[in-house]
Every structure is written in C-alpha cells, then in structure tokens.
Design a protein around this ligand. Structure first.
Ligand code: UD1
Ligand code: CA
Length: 461
C-alpha cells in the first residue's frame, strides 16, 4: 500500500459558530472536534499529517500542540477548498503516494470508513476517490452528478440547477487523491462559480475530462459525514456520539436508566451490571468497574472506580481512585489525587484533596481532608478539618491506623497522629499525638448558673 498523507482543512471562518474560538476546537461529546478527526486519521498510520490553517491560526496551532510531528500550512486569504489544498504543495509535492483529505469540521467519521476509502482508491487505481452519502436532506451539500452511473462532476448547492438540487447523493468533502496529478491540476482550477472560489470539487470534472479515473464509495451511515457549521449542529453531533456510546455500554451489560440524560465520553470504560441513574456525566479517561451504582447528578472526571462502588447523588469525583466497596456521598467532592482504599465510606459534604484513606476508614459528614495520609479503620468525626495551608505552603497530615478523631477537630499540619490515638471533640491538634494517647486542647468547661434569667432582666431595664 502506498504512503498516506493526511491533509486536514481548517482555515475557514466558521462564521455561523459566532465564536472567538476556532470552530474545530469546539467540543463534540467532550473533546475537540479536530481530536475526533485526528483520531480517525491517525488510525491509518499516515506518513505525514498537514493542517491547513488561516482564520485564528495561532489559537488553532495552540490547540493542536499536543500532536507532535504535525505540519501547518497557512492559507491566506481563504479562496476556497481547492486553494486550501494547494497550500500543502510545498510539504507534499515531492512525496509519493496518496493524500487523504479531511475537513476539521467533519468529526464523526469512523476509521474503518477511511480505510475502506483508501482501499477502494488503491484497488481501482483511480486518481481521485470521493466519499459520498445518500441523504434525505441534501440541502447545502455538493451533489454528485452521475452520467451512465459514473460520477461526472460535483455541483455545489449554489451552482446547482433545480434538477440537480433533487439529487440525494452528496459529497462528504472527504477524498483520496493520488499525489502525481494533484497539485498541477489544482493550479489549473478556475473560480468561475457563484462564490468566486477555487472549488476542490471541480477536480472531478477536470479529471474526467482528462480521462483520469474518479471513483466513489457511499458511506453506510450518513451521520458519519455530518459537517458542523453551527452550535445546533454541534449539539446534534454530540448527541449522536453519546447515543452510540450509551448503546455500546448497554450492549455490554451496563444499565443506563435514561440514556437521553447520560453523558459518557468516548474513552470511558464501564463494567457490566453497573447501574447509571439519570443526569450522570462520565468524562475523560474515567474507568468504572462492575456492579457499581452511580446515582443521579454525579460527575466523574478522569477517575478509576473498582467494583461495587456506590456513589450517591450529586458527587464530583476528579482525578481520584476508589477501590472496591467504597461508598461516597451524597454531595461529596473528591479533588485530584485522592485514593480511597477498600470499603472506605465518605458521607455528605466531605471534600478530599490529595489524600490517601486506608481500608475501612470513614469520614461521614462535613469534613475537609487535604494533603493527608490516613491509615486503616480510622474514624473521622463530623466537622474535622486538616489545616493544610499556612498561607504560603501546603503541609502534610499523617493519621495512623485505628485513630478516632472526635467531631469538630482541627489538625494543624504538619502533624502526625500515632496509631490508635483518640482526639477529643473540638481539639485543635498543633503537636504530634503519640500512639495510644488521648489529645484534648479545649479548656475545662465553665457553667454560669442563672445567666439566662439575669440577661432577660437586664434587657427590660
Ligand atoms: C464543502 C464541499 C461540498 C461538500 C461539503 C461537505 C467544496 C467547494 N464544497 O462545502 O461539496 O458537500 O464540503 O461538508 O469543497 N476551508 C479552508 N479554506 C477555504 C475554504 C474552506 O480551509 O478557503 C475549509 C473549512 O475550514 C472547512 C472545509 O474547508 O473545514 C470545508 O469548507 P466549507 O466552506 O465548510 O465547505 P462547504 O461549503 O461545507
Ligand atoms: Ca462545511
């Protein structure tokens, strides 16, 4: 198979998005449009990948920094799709093989579709192969005009006759071109059309006239070639991706109570017999084990949950690891680098950050634990706070196995509480507590008898 060179067109204005951000950086189902395109393209192991940029080119380049080895070519001004591809000539003209041309705003393409397109091109020895689709509403797309069954040209909506507008086979804007005749032919394009642009689509009629082979394949699922031009099309694309993800999960044994309101990013993994209630968001690289229960309104980002974890309503879990049998929430906030070992219980209004909680440890109510290593079977009373920040630096709290921290205690870090120690309620722990001891810092209680009655009398005077 000959070398594949991917070119992604992304210089256009994206006017209808009404955004100060480049269109292709807007998220579809949780990740930038162009990332979907890159993922499909990279699966073919292309020899080179070139992005044609123009409008908001600096922002776009920044958005693509994560991809090493990309070439950028600048198209300025933007004189149409044919002119856009021509800008890649300096990068590709001396290469061999084929160009796989993609649009940054067509994010739902599957890699197997692109592979089929490349194979068809190679097998038929064509100079160009066009990916087409049969749709019920072809409005806005270029139409595939066939003569005796063979593609003869592509005509854009604005240049089409009423009869041509009725054609339901449309141009996806995705093609494979053999490099040999490509750039010279692009230089020969004219701009004599309704938009005064150099249309890439005109290569079809040029090639046919010159008796160069042009082939087509029709995509199975027309949703794949949806182009995104507006916020409403963006939402629709996200919906399609999510629906598909939810269907895959359900087929693999996950219960999703209400797929309409369940938002699971593409890379998320969920085990069988897990139940997901309405309004749940599972984002990024999140992995969830088997037989978990995720209640309504939960958001989990880049976190790993083992089996049989229960997350009660309205928790946010970010960058954390929960071992099997953990229960958390409702209303818990797990910030990055929190690790909850087997059977830990976290109750309502608990915030964790960069903390390890050993097996069987419990923090049931209203607590902040940050920068702490906490052992096994520790009981953290309501209202406990690790005072981890002195205004300049963060400090570590260490709580060893079996410690009991009474309610409303403040643990002023750096501090260590030894194995099995007790902290009396309302203690401010400023010094290390040796194993097995009781720490109390509050003074002796004083009762002033009759105080209330005297206060009432004073008020009357
Ligand atoms: C294009 C096709 C049309 C096809 C449709 C599929 C042409 C002339 N028409 O139309 O047949 O049905 O895609 O979605 O090719 N771009 C540049 N520089 C430019 C112009 C565009 O980089 O000067 C980029 C855009 O950023 C976009 C892509 O090319 O990523 C397609 O351009 P767009 O203007 O959206 O073309 P359509 O009118 O949708
Ligand atoms: Ca478009």
């Amino acid at each position: 198979m000959s070398d594949i060179h991917v070119v992604i067109l992304a210089a256009g204005k994206g006017t209808r998005m009404k955004s100060v951000r480049p269109k292709v950086l807007h998220n579809v189902a949780g990740k930038p449009m162009v990332d979907h395109v890159m993922a499909a393209a990279q699966s073919l192991a292309p020899r080179t990948t070139t992005v044609v940029v123009g409008h908001m080119k600096e922002l776009l380049k920044q958005g693509l920094e994560r991809y090493p080895g990309l070439s950028f070519v600048i198209q300025e001004p933007q004189l149409g799709t044919g002119h856009a591809l021509l800008q890649a000539a300096p990068v590709l003209e001396r290469e061999n093989g084929v160009v796989l041309l993609l649009s940054g705003d067509v994010p739902l393409l599957k890699s197997h579709t692109l592979a089929a397109l490349v194979h068809k091109h190679a097998d038929s020895k064509a100079a160009a192969t066009v990916l087409t689709a049969m749709v019920d509403q072809p409005y806005g797309y270029g139409r595939i005009v066939r003569v005796k069954g063979r593609i003869s040209r592509i005509v854009e909506e604005r240049d089409a006759s009423p009869a041509q507008r009725k054609i339901r086979e449309i141009n996806s804007g995705v093609y494979v071109f053999s490099l040999a005749p490509l750039f010279d032919s692009l230089r020969g394009l004219a701009a004599g059309n309704a938009q005064g642009e150099y249309y890439l689509t005109d290569l079809v009629s040029t090639y046919r006239r010159r008796r160069l082979g042009v082939e087509t394949i029709v995509v199975d699922d027309p949703n794949e070639i949806r182009g995104i031009n507006s916020r409403s099309e963006l939402a629709e694309a996200s919906r399609i991706v999510r629906q598909k993800k939810n269907e895959e999960l359900m087929a693999a044994g996950v219960t999703i109570e209400d797929p309409q309101t369940t938002y699971v990013d593409d890379d998320v993994v969920v085990g069988a017999d897990t139940v997901i209630h309405p309004g749940v968001h599972l984002e990024g690289k999140t992995q969830i084990g088997q037989a978990c229960e995720i209640h309504a309104g939960v958001r989990i980002i880049n976190s790993v949950l083992a089996d049989r974890v229960t997350v009660q309503n309205f928790c946010v879990i970010n960058g954390s690891r929960l071992a099997s049998g953990v229960t958390i929430g409702p209303f818990a906030h797990l910030r990055p680098e929190s690790e909850l070992r087997d059977s830990v219980h976290i109750g309502n209004f608990v915030e964790l950050k960069k903390v390890v909680l050993g097996k069987g440890t419990k923090a049931g109510h209203h607590t902040y634990l940050g920068d702490a290593v906490i052992g096994e079977n520790v009981n953290i009373g309501a209202g406990t706070i690790t005072c981890n920040y002195d205004g300049v630096r963060k400090h570590q709290t260490t709580i060893e196995d079996g410690v009991f921290v009474g309610s409303d205690s403040h643990l002023v870090a750096p501090v260590t509480i030894g194995k099995g120690a007790y902290i009396g309620s309302g203690t401010t722990v400023r010094e290390n507590v040796p194993a097995g001891s009781l720490a109390i810092s509050a003074g002796k209680q004083r009762n002033i008898e009759g105080w209330v009655e005297r206060k009432k009398q004073d008020a009357k005077k």
